[in-house]
Design a protein around this ligand. Structure first.
Ligand SMILES: Cc1ncc(COP(=O)(O)O)c(C=O)c1O
Length: 427
């Protein structure tokens, strides 16, 4: 098969492809598996009951049901849903938005592909004929962006400043001096809370980033897949921001509807109309069911209550249990530090000075039926390899607490064994 450059990129050993493949195989194979990889949210019984109830309402209203299934939506999304989302955000945050500022996509993953395609690359307006690039100002970042550039040169990233909070906790911060040096930019993109680290950019960092983007007349894309007001998997006080220059991305996935593929962008009318055009060209229209069964929850504000009173405490309690287990399993057996967990579903664990890469650790763990994600996948857009990321792993703490505990014990054994091969580490 004669593939184009882009075709080769899409069929290469993309990080996200390998990850989804390993997860799929692990889930379908024989025997007990400890699934700490992937980004699947938990199925929370009280929340699942809400979806069933809303589905029943939809089924009972035969006309609405038939139209939901039997008609294409507009490429921008379902009109009632767009209105309900805009109304909820206006009331909650006072943002000056209407339904013309909302666009729906088939999952937020698709929204990022379209945004990068719309903004990055070659343009006549670029100085010295360079390509305009998307800046990821704080590595490590979400693995799902990694292979979405049309050309690798369309992404550029910056390393973090690392704050050591105590002997086993750290936090990454944006190095503003470093990003000030970078030019030919098309957009800035951050996930907040960050997948994989659980970081939440501070208000000050967000304000500075917003000013940075405005000064360059480029949009600031904020990926709020785990943030407030829904699903609210965030454990610090951190409101989202929006202005005409911000593209805020949200998703129905992490509140519990990943299979209904519903991404929501809040953006300027210009961006919304560009995304609607891209939706029409790429896929005609979006799937409607996610919008149809959550529309009433947006209208009533119930989505906020579910997030605040059910989803957030659920993940906080899972996080507390996993954090305790991590300290119990790892103790002082080897050098380690976890990123402070301020949001998202993940523990990001740094095995400081680990003698081999966490790709080796990943293979060792896979052989013992524990699936994690090696940190190197979350590092991209950098001019040089970044050793730090290869000393880290991402652990999903959300799924089955007993499995997380056993998994962390096995991780401790394997890390210790890797150090054991280099017995001089404590001397
Ligand atoms: C940070 C982040 N952004 C976007 C996505 C994509 O989510 P979806 O396409 O299901 O909306 C994910 C999924 O894991 C994510 O973790």
């Amino acid at each position: 098969m004669n593939l184009s450059d882009q075709g080769r990129r899409l069929t290469s050993d993309a990080g996200i492809l390998k990850l989804m493949d390993d997860l799929g195989r692990a889930m379908s194979g024989e025997g007990r598996k400890y699934m700490l990889g992937g980004g699947n949210p938990a199925i929370i019984p009280e929340v699942a009951a809400v979806w069933r109830e809303q589905m029943q309402h939809l089924l009972a209203d035969t006309e609405r049901f038939d139209r939901a299934l039997g008609q294409y939506d507009t490429p921008q999304g379902r009109p009632g849903f767009l209105k309900a989302v805009a109304g909820m955000l206006r009331e909650t945050y006072g943002w000056p938005i209407t339904e013309r500022n909302i666009a729906v996509t088939n999952g937020s993953q698709t929204a990022f592909y379209m945004l990068f395609l719309l903004l990055a690359g070659k343009t006549d307006a670029t100085s010295n004929a360079a390509r305009r690039r998307v800046l990821f100002p704080l590595m490590p970042e979400y693995i799902g962006y990694r292979d979405q550039a049309l050309a690798p040169a369309d992404f550029i990233a910056a390393l973090p400043a690392i704050e050591r909070i105590d002997s086993h906790t750290h936090k990454y911060h944006i190095d503003f001096d470093a990003i000030e040096q970078i030019d030919d930019l098309a957009a800035v993109c951050v996930s907040r809370p960050t997948n994989p680290t659980g970081n939440v950019l501070t208000h000050d960092e967000l304000d500075r980033l917003s000013a940075f983007a405005q000064a360059r007349e480029i949009p600031l894309i904020i990926d709020n897949a785990y943030g407030t007001p829904f699903p609210d998997i965030i454990f610090v006080d951190a409101e989202p921001i929006w202005n005409e220059n911000t593209i805020l991305s949200m998703s129905l996935s992490k509140i519990g509807l990943p299979s209904l593929r519903t991404g929501i962008l809040v953006a300027s009318e210009e961006i919304v109309s560009a995304i609607s055009g891209a939706n029409a060209i790429v896929g005609l229209a979006n799937g409607t069911v996610g919008q149809a069964i959550t529309e009433r929850l947006f209208e009533s504000g119930e989505i906020l209550r579910i997030s605040r009173e059910i989803v957030q405490p659920f993940y906080k309690s899972r996080l507390d249990r996993a954090t305790e287990a991590m300290h119990r399993s790892f103790g002082e057996r080897f050098p380690w530090s976890a990123h402070i967990s301020e949001g998202s579903l993940f523990l990001w664990i740094w095995f400081v000075d680990l003698p081999e890469s966490t790709m080796e650790l990943y293979e060792r763990l896979k052989a013992r039926d524990v699936i994690v994600v090696p940190g190197g996948y979350f590092s991209f857009g950098l001019p040089d390899a970044w050793k730090h990321a290869d000393q880290c792993i991402r652990v999903n703490y959300a799924l089955t607490p007993d499995d997380v505990e056993v998994g962390l014990d096995i991780i401790a054994e394997e890390v210790e064994a890797m150090w054991g091969k280099r017995a001089d580490h404590l001397s």
